[in-house]
Design a protein around this ligand. Structure first.
Ligand code: LLP
Length: 419
């Protein structure tokens, strides 16, 4: 979506005060471009809305894990929600505070648990009984006590794409609602675990507040039942999931979402943790790409661009919609194009049936690409990953170099012995 940070000035699309055409010229395409002001603005909206409530905003690193982005949030006092040892290393390398890290995910390895315990993270969001056992054992072997919350699956329908819905009974995430109390009892009796909270995350790209409220209601029933047993929690982690506008969705504003959560919590005193990802970065980034060829097929016109499904996988994977705008408004005939990449897959499309006035060499901006764009990119077709740039007012910083082909196969070896 176009916003204050990505906008036209004199027919030229800008990121803050910088023409995107200048960035393409200097750094090449495909290239992700982020607006620092958009990043800080989103974080400030959370902070403002949460004023007066003890809280921690743990940015979900998976949405976009570039160190420069993590650093912007770390400097604003944010915590981080991680799902791997790799993400923990990124957070630490970016200047994040391990004491503000929560570790989510269904498959934590022993090595990852050790790394997180060594770093003294804030809390493990545990997702199964077997994980409780493993964590207790690992912490014990290190002479440590691990702070935990259980990720409870509240069985509510997030009404989002099935691939990114996580809070239903049939999903692999969290512990079953009906088993949660028994598992808390199990955790209480484990020597090397310390219960500090309860966690839930029901899905991503939610555009209504009602599923969040339904989840809170169910979480609070458990919290109250635990209190009766003498298990008192320090924090409630209500996950991420707030959606953004890609097309014509109307998600609640951050302030309204937070207000709804706070009223759902009915003045409970536990510290509130949130794990927003997409809403902080999604509309803070665009993917810049160049038209290589226009091809007029028998039934369709194709604009073959230099970005592909390896750079932005969301359209191929979820049939996701991203707006596409020309970087400079041109006077070519408007035609309807399939915007496709060079990869050898029919699923390699960035946008379908888009009316655009373009010519070969035209630059296009794929909007709302800051979340789950670069972080889900791959090297399919031996394509180096895109460069990443952060704009700050009129300044432009390269925050990740374009990956070279040599880097791609640097770890590979030809077996020289004859078999
Ligand atoms: N916390 C947990 C435990 C999560 O699993 C997720 C996202 C988040 C927080 C952040 O959710 P957000 O605020 O970004 O909705 N690749 C998909 C999205 C997958 C989301 C996975 N979990 C996409 O491109 O739409």
């Amino acid at each position: 979506m176009m916003n204050n940070y990505f906008h036209y000035k004199n027919e030229a699309l800008h990121a803050e005060q910088v023409p995107l055409a200048d960035i393409a010229e200097k750094f090449g395409t495909p290239c992700y471009v982020y607006s620092r002001a958009a990043l800080t603005d989103g974080m400030n909206q959370f902070k403002d809305a949460l004023q007066g409530k003890e809280h921690l905003i743990c940015y979900a690193v998976k949405a976009n894990s570039n160190l420069a982005i993590l650093n912007v949030f770390a400097r604003m006092g944010a915590g981080f929600d991680i799902v791997s040892g790799g993400e923990l290393k990124r957070v630490l390398a970016a200047g994040g505070d391990a004491r503000k890290v929560v570790f989510s995910g269904v498959g934590k390895t022993i090595a990852e648990m050790r790394m997180a315990l060594d770093a003294n993270i804030l809390c493990f969001n545990v997702e199964s009984s077997a994980e409780l056992d493993r964590l207790n054992e690992v912490a014990g072997s290190m002479g440590k006590v691990a702070a935990i919350s259980l990720r409870v699956n509240p069985d509510v329908d997030a009404k989002t794409h099935p691939y990114i819905s996580t809070g239903l009974k049939q999903n692999k995430f969290g512990v079953a609602y009906t088993e949660a109390i028994a598992l808390y009892r199990q955790a209480r009796d484990m020597k090397n675990l310390h219960i500090t909270g309860m966690d839930c995350h029901i899905g991503s790209q939610l555009t209504e507040t009602s599923p969040f409220i339904a989840a809170i209601e169910k979480v609070l029933v458990l919290v109250e039942a635990l209190a009766v047993e003498g298990i008192h929690l320090e924090h409630l982690d209500l996950g991420g999931g707030l959606g953004i506008r890609y097309d014509d969705e109307t998600p609640p504003a951050i302030a309204d979402y937070v207000a709804a959560i706070l009223s759902g919590l009915r003045g409970r005193t536990e510290k509130l943790i949130l794990e927003p990802g997409r809403v902080l970065v999604g509309n803070a980034g665009v993917l810049l790409t160049k038209v290589e060829y226009l091809k007029h097929g028998e039934e369709k016109n194709f604009a073959i661009v230099d970005a592909a499904m390896n750079d932005l996988m969301r359209p191929a994977l979820y049939d996701a919609y991203h707006e596409i705008f020309p970087v400079s408004r041109e006077k070519n005939a408007i035609q309807t194009y399939e915007i496709v990449g060079p990869i050898c897959e029919t699923g390699d499309f960035i946008g379908r049936a888009r009316e655009l006035s373009i010519a070969p060499q035209s630059l296009l901006a794929v909007l709302s690409a800051g979340a789950y764009g670069m972080s889900m990119s791959s090297n399919y077709n031996t394509r180096g990953r895109a460069a990443e740039v952060m704009v700050d007012g009129s300044e432009v910083h390269l925050v990740r170099e374009r990956e070279t082909v040599e880097q791609l196969f640097a770890g590979e070896k030809i077996i020289s012995s004859v078999l």
